[in-house]
Design a protein around this ligand. Structure first.
Ligand code: S3P
Length: 432
């Protein structure tokens, strides 16, 4: 059956492996002593580019019956690659690897695709130059990143003002080969998988927080132990199905093996505030990460909500799909403080606004706040969606077919491969 406004979401669903964790486990297992084994690694192009990059930096990675076997190189021992490293579309890949490389005495050039080549890198490299790395950017802002790392990184204290786990993690990865204490202060909490993984691998890391800040302290006086890691399901990918199930009364979905880290499930709290009927049925902790199964059994239509700017980092990647949900929820939904959304794989704030208008939803952008005037009536649809090859914009406006009178036209759907290559297979399996 085609996917349209008659569709409901049903079944038992295992989301693909988490993208953020997949990048980090490749990098950290690549720095561990001994042999690590990774299962359920995301097969998306972004993660595969990080895998290729680690190989070019000298790490041995083999695939055996769906498992990845990694033989790490201890911190400081990376090899100078024989060619430029291409991270494709991935901001996480290029920023985290810049951090890792910056404290190794090697020269590396990191490049990306057209979208990545327009994304701001100074937010990361301004920190890395302070430890002694020499870095050149295009127009002093964008990739290619030409990096000459240092074998004698200076241990420093960093303040992270922009709420970004990528900036934080880049600094943390540079600390792996820095002698002395590295201190990091975050002004807004962001995803903490690098911290959790380092703990699980026996590294010397301390994290504490008060009402205003999070503090991280790292010291490289303990080796990084190898690990067996089963990557839990990606909440940012599952968000398309979880949101779609909440959107349409009558839907019934069970989601298994979902990463349930507090810094990633802001959108589940938002959906619940809007009247989403979501129950957690099995919560457990694996390698310092919470994992759960959840059940959605939607009986009623959703209502509007307001998200404050401090709520945004905890659901930054889910704002596009939440904008579709808000379009069908009764009343005015307001997302406040979406500045970071303008520097993602595309200017997502702008594309959400334009595409909502095209499908017949009224929305207003006030500086960095987005106002969506929702109601449960079907929208016009039949619009040609402009996605600029941004995977999350594409998937969100594909889900919008559930709330439109006529299906929208989406040309070239190939960019889903960056984060969710099995998206359309899952649509056909879990919608009816
Ligand atoms: C990510 C951090 C976020 C997020 C991205 C993945 C990560 O980016 O949008 O999809 O894995 O660290 P920022 O750190 O730029 O907010």
């Amino acid at each position: 059956m085609p996917f349209n406004n008659k569709s409901l979401i049903k079944g038992t669903y295992f989301p693909p492996g988490d993208k953020s964790i997949s990048h980090r486990i490749l990098i950290l297992a690549g720095q561990a002593t001994g042999k690590s084994e990774i299962t359920n690694l995301l097969q998306g192009e972004d993660v595969m580019n990080t895998l290729k990059a680690m190989k070019l930096l000298g790490v041995q990675i083999k695939r055996k019956k769906g498992k990845y076997i990694i033989f790490g190189i201890p911190p400081g021992g990376l090899f100078e690659p024989r060619k430029v490293i291409d991270l494709g579309n991935s901001g996480t890949g290029i920023r985290l690897l810049s951090g890792l490389i910056s404290s190794n005495n090697i020269k590396v050039t990191l490049v990306g695709d057209a979208s990545l080549s327009k994304r701001p890198m100074k937010r990361v490299t301004e920190h890395l130059t302070k430890i002694g790395a020499k870095i050149e950017l295009k127009k002093n802002l964008f990739p290619p990143i030409k990096l000459k790392g240092t074998g004698k990184a200076v241990p420093l204290s960093f303040n992270i003002i922009i709420p970004s786990a990528q900036i934080k993690s880049a600094i943390m990865l540079s600390a792996l080969n820095t002698n002395g204490k590295v201190k990091i202060k975050e002004f807004k909490s962001t995803r903490d998988h690098t911290e959790n993984m380092l703990y699980s691998m026996g590294y010397n890391i301390k994290v504490r927080e008060n009402l205003l800040h999070r503090f991280i302290e790292m010291k490289n006086d303990k080796e990084l132990k190898s690990i067996k890691y089963d990557v839990p399901g990606d909440p940012s990918s599952a968000a398309f199905f979880i949101s779609a199930a909440c959107l349409k009364p009558g839907s019934k979905l069970i989601v298994k093996n979902l990463l349930f880290n507090n810094t990633r499930i802001g959108f589940i709290k938002t959906l619940k505030n809007m009247g989403g009927n979501i129950n957690i049925i099995n919560r457990r902790k694996i390698h310092n990460e919470l994992v759960a199964d959840i059940k959605i059994e939607q009986k009623n239509n959703l209502r509007s909500t307001t998200l404050k700017s401090e709520d945004i980092p905890l659901q930054i990647d889910e704002i596009p799909i939440l904008s579709i949900v808000a379009s069908f929820a009764d009343g005015l939904t307001i997302f406040k403080g979406l500045k970071e959304l303008t520097v993602k794989e595309s200017n997502r704030l702008e594309l959400i606004h334009q595409n909502l208008k095209k499908i017949g939803v009224k929305s207003v952008v006030k500086k960095y706040d987005l106002h969506i005037f929702g109601d449960r009536n079907l929208k016009r649809g039949a619009a040609v969606i402009r996605h600029n090859d941004d995977h999350r914009i594409l998937m969100s406006f594909f889900i919008a077919n559930m709330i439109c009178k006529k299906n929208n036209i989406i040309k070239d759907k190939s960019c889903v491969k960056t984060s969710y290559p099995t998206f359309f297979r899952h649509i056909s399996l879990f919608s009816n």
